[in-house]
Write a protein that binds this ligand. Structure first.
Ligand code: HEC
Ligand code: HEC
Ligand code: HEC
Ligand code: HEC
Length: 201
């Protein structure tokens, strides 16, 4: 009986955690990778911006212009160009996946492919440095935790993708490693102090 009650309590706890996660930062808007670039192109912090720019995600829109994409689209019976087709863009570009009403002043561009916020959440409320430096505050302001939630990835990496390979599936841990762009260990959690040290040198 006690064990059963514990399970029920845990189930309620999980349900609450899930609903908080999905409603947190609902007013937050998508700002685009350019806005993250200001701080995250710095070498000291780990230059996540350049790592992303070189990644398949940043190039996911360009991919839709290639010959393979044309074949894939034709096989799906899509008449127009794949890089103009909603059916392809919804996973290959953040700008197409997000409703226009969720975007900040400057709308995102499909050309930028899968951007930071498709994995980290809409950034208008958490991108201030003070908020960014406090993990709990950033999460409360709408920052997602893609390291802990495979569902963020499998929103796109799933069997609805025309090139999905069911034999390969989606190995969350391995795929995370493949896109790793960490903050260096000696900077993580103490950016301001590290920046001061770097200046002193
Ligand atoms: C449900 C999300 C989703 C949709 C819809 C989607 N894609 Fe993709 N696409 C992906 C993912 C995820 C990958 C990366 C595959 C991987 O994990 O290697 C991908 C990869 C590709 C590739 C590269 C394949 C390779 O072998 O590396 C091409 C080409 C492509 N997609 C074309 C298209 C076209 C054309 C459409 C529209 C008809 C489309 N995709 C629709 C998610 C999607
Ligand atoms: C395809 C998804 C994806 C995209 C796109 C992406 N990230 Fe990440 N990012 C992750 C994941 C997953 C992690 C690892 C999180 C963890 O281990 O907790 C991460 C980690 C980070 C970290 C390091 C956190 C730490 O604790 O070391 C920073 C900073 C970051 N991302 C910023 C960015 C920025 C800025 C962009 C765009 C220029 C971007 N990311 C694009 C998924 C993504
Ligand atoms: C908005 C949709 C979307 C989300 C969310 C997303 N991806 Fe992707 N991902 C793609 C697309 C599309 C491609 C293929 C890009 C291409 O090759 O043109 C891709 C490619 C990749 C690749 C490169 C595959 C290769 O063979 O080079 C890895 C690794 C990857 N994703 C990991 C992740 C991880 C880990 C997450 C979650 C933290 C994630 N992705 C979230 C759409 C997404
Ligand atoms: C004004 C500067 C600034 C901007 C703009 C900014 N960040 Fe950050 N971000 C930081 C700093 C500084 C840290 C590191 C804090 C530390 O570890 O001391 C950080 C940390 C992070 C982390 C790790 C947070 C954690 O607690 O795990 C992620 C993820 C991240 N940023 C993503 C983004 C994304 C995505 C954007 C754009 C929407 C963005 N940041 C915009 C300064 C910024």
């Amino acid at each position: 009986m006690i064990a059963r009650l514990t399970w029920i309590a845990m189930a309620i706890g999980v349900a609450m955690a899930v609903s908080t996660a999905s409603t947190a930062g609902t007013d937050a808007k998508y700002v685009g990778a350019d806005k993250c670039k200001t701080c995250h192109k710095k070498e000291l912090i780990g230059d996540q911006y350049s790592a992303w720019q070189k990644s398949a995600h940043a190039k996911a829109f360009d991919r839709l212009k290639g010959d393979e994409a044309k074949k894939v689209a034709a096989a799906k019976g899509i008449a127009g160009a794949p890089h103009e087709a909603k059916e392809c863009l919804e996973c290959h570009a953040t700008a197409a996946a997000v409703d226009a009403s969720r975007m900040a002043e400057k709308p995102l561009d499909v050309k930028d492919g899968v951007q930071c916020e498709s994995c980290h959440g809409p950034g208008s409320e958490y991108r201030k440095k003070k908020t960014m430096s406090d993990h709990a505050a950033a999460v409360a302001a709408g920052m997602w935790e893609p390291g802990k939630k495979a569902a963020i990835c499998t929103a796109c990496h799933n069997e609805k993708s025309p090139t999905w390979d069911p034999a390969k599936g989606f190995d969350f841990e391995a795929r995370k490693k493949a896109i790793a762009h960490p903050i260096p260990a000696n900077v993580k959690g103490r950016y301001d102090a590290a920046a001061k040290e770097a200046k002193g040198k």
